[in-house]
Design a protein around this ligand. Sequence first.
Ligand code: FAD
Length: 57
Amino acid sequence: MREQNIPVVGNGLVSHHVVERLVNADLPVRITVIGEEPRPAYDRVHLSDVFAAKGPT
Ligand SMILES: Cc1cc2nc3c(=O)[nH]c(=O)nc-3n(C[C@H](O)[C@H](O)[C@H](O)COP(=O)(O)OP(=O)(O)OC[C@H]3O[C@@H](n4cnc5c(N)ncnc54)[C@H](O)[C@@H]3O)c2cc1C
Protein backbone atom coordinates (compact mmCIF):
# COMPACT_ATOMS: atom_id res chain seq x y z
CA MET A 1 0.00 0.00 0.00
CA ARG A 2 1.29 3.46 -0.93
CA GLU A 3 2.19 5.80 1.95
CA GLN A 4 -0.39 8.53 2.51
CA ASN A 5 0.51 12.03 3.66
CA ILE A 6 -1.75 13.28 6.43
CA PRO A 7 -1.40 16.93 7.46
CA VAL A 8 -2.95 17.71 10.85
CA VAL A 9 -3.56 21.41 11.56
CA GLY A 10 -3.55 22.28 15.26
CA ASN A 11 -1.83 20.48 18.11
CA GLY A 12 -4.51 20.33 20.79
CA LEU A 13 -6.08 17.47 22.74
CA VAL A 14 -8.20 16.21 19.86
CA SER A 15 -5.52 16.27 17.17
CA HIS A 16 -3.05 14.65 19.60
CA HIS A 17 -5.54 11.82 20.14
CA VAL A 18 -6.08 11.42 16.39
CA VAL A 19 -2.33 11.26 15.74
CA GLU A 20 -1.93 8.73 18.58
CA ARG A 21 -4.63 6.52 17.02
CA LEU A 22 -3.04 6.77 13.57
CA VAL A 23 0.40 5.85 14.93
CA ASN A 24 -0.99 2.91 16.91
CA ALA A 25 -2.92 1.70 13.85
CA ASP A 26 0.46 1.06 12.21
CA LEU A 27 -0.74 2.30 8.81
CA PRO A 28 1.58 3.44 6.01
CA VAL A 29 1.10 7.13 6.74
CA ARG A 30 3.37 10.14 7.05
CA ILE A 31 1.86 12.56 9.54
CA THR A 32 2.77 16.25 9.64
CA VAL A 33 1.41 18.29 12.54
CA ILE A 34 1.22 22.05 12.03
CA GLY A 35 0.56 23.88 15.27
CA GLU A 36 0.70 27.56 16.10
CA GLU A 37 1.63 26.99 19.76
CA PRO A 38 5.35 26.69 20.52
CA ARG A 39 4.82 23.79 22.99
CA PRO A 40 3.62 20.19 22.66
CA ALA A 41 -0.09 19.40 23.19
CA TYR A 42 -1.16 19.54 26.84
CA ASP A 43 -4.32 18.78 28.82
CA ARG A 44 -6.24 22.08 28.80
CA VAL A 45 -9.24 20.45 30.46
CA HIS A 46 -7.27 20.07 33.71
CA LEU A 47 -5.59 23.46 33.48
CA SER A 48 -8.08 25.01 35.93
CA ASP A 49 -7.31 22.27 38.50
CA VAL A 50 -3.58 22.93 38.14
CA PHE A 51 -3.98 26.67 38.75
CA ALA A 52 -6.50 26.12 41.58
CA ALA A 53 -4.06 23.84 43.37
CA LYS A 54 -1.18 26.24 42.85
CA GLY A 55 -3.04 29.27 44.21
CA PRO A 56 -2.13 32.90 43.59
CA THR A 57 1.58 33.71 43.26
C1 FAD B 1 -8.57 27.02 31.31
C2 FAD B 1 -9.42 26.03 30.55
C3 FAD B 1 -10.17 25.09 31.26
C4 FAD B 1 -10.97 24.18 30.58
N1 FAD B 1 -11.67 23.27 31.31
C5 FAD B 1 -12.45 22.36 30.69
C6 FAD B 1 -13.18 21.38 31.44
O1 FAD B 1 -13.13 21.34 32.66
N2 FAD B 1 -13.92 20.47 30.76
C7 FAD B 1 -14.01 20.49 29.38
O2 FAD B 1 -14.69 19.63 28.82
N3 FAD B 1 -13.31 21.41 28.66
C8 FAD B 1 -12.56 22.34 29.28
N4 FAD B 1 -11.88 23.26 28.53
C9 FAD B 1 -12.03 23.23 27.09
C10 FAD B 1 -11.06 22.20 26.50
O3 FAD B 1 -9.76 22.66 26.70
C11 FAD B 1 -11.38 22.08 25.05
O4 FAD B 1 -12.67 21.52 24.92
C12 FAD B 1 -10.38 21.15 24.34
O5 FAD B 1 -9.08 21.61 24.55
C13 FAD B 1 -10.70 21.13 22.87
O6 FAD B 1 -9.66 20.40 22.24
P1 FAD B 1 -9.28 20.67 20.75
O7 FAD B 1 -8.10 19.79 20.44
O8 FAD B 1 -10.49 20.54 19.89
O9 FAD B 1 -8.91 22.22 20.68
P2 FAD B 1 -7.71 22.99 21.37
O10 FAD B 1 -7.26 22.32 22.63
O11 FAD B 1 -8.17 24.41 21.44
O12 FAD B 1 -6.52 22.85 20.34
C14 FAD B 1 -6.54 23.46 19.07
C15 FAD B 1 -5.09 23.75 18.68
O13 FAD B 1 -5.06 24.14 17.31
C16 FAD B 1 -4.23 25.28 17.18
N5 FAD B 1 -4.67 25.98 15.98
C17 FAD B 1 -5.90 26.50 15.74
N6 FAD B 1 -5.94 27.03 14.52
C18 FAD B 1 -4.71 26.82 13.96
C19 FAD B 1 -4.14 27.15 12.70
N7 FAD B 1 -4.85 27.77 11.74
N8 FAD B 1 -2.85 26.80 12.47
C20 FAD B 1 -2.14 26.15 13.42
N9 FAD B 1 -2.62 25.80 14.64
C21 FAD B 1 -3.91 26.14 14.90
C22 FAD B 1 -4.43 26.05 18.48
O14 FAD B 1 -3.34 26.89 18.74
C23 FAD B 1 -4.48 24.89 19.49
O15 FAD B 1 -3.20 24.51 19.93
C24 FAD B 1 -11.04 24.20 29.16
C25 FAD B 1 -10.30 25.16 28.46
C26 FAD B 1 -9.50 26.05 29.13
C27 FAD B 1 -8.69 27.07 28.34
